[in-house]
Design a protein around this ligand. Sequence first.
Ligand SMILES: [Zn+2]
Length: 127
Amino acid sequence: MLKKGSKLNSILTGSCPKCQNESMYSDKNPLHLTKVLKMNENCSHCGLKYQIEPSFFYGAMYVSYGLNVAVGIAAFIVSFVFLKATIGESFIAIVITLILLFPFVLRLSRNLYINMFVSYDPKAGLK
Ligand SMILES: [Zn+2]
């Protein structure tokens, strides 16, 4: 499912969207919160500049917004419908879920956003 060349591979692993040979982030672990947004400037395999234009990743905020709404709805359904929590408890569950998943949503939104603009190129990165 995560074979090289699929957009899903690049989105879920945070690898370079063009050659998928290396991670875009200088620290692959999103739980290292001080480095969650630290990205390499270029891909060392294909030379793709990740920051396609100045402030490119500001657009990822809109993707992040959509993802957070989806996460919030999922947390609400799980707590309110399946765990029979009250509205107040469900609200707290949503807030806790959003805080816990924040580093993952942040990176996922960046991965999704850059993959909307850059496609996989099997010839990229071959020297
Ligand atoms: Zn690359």
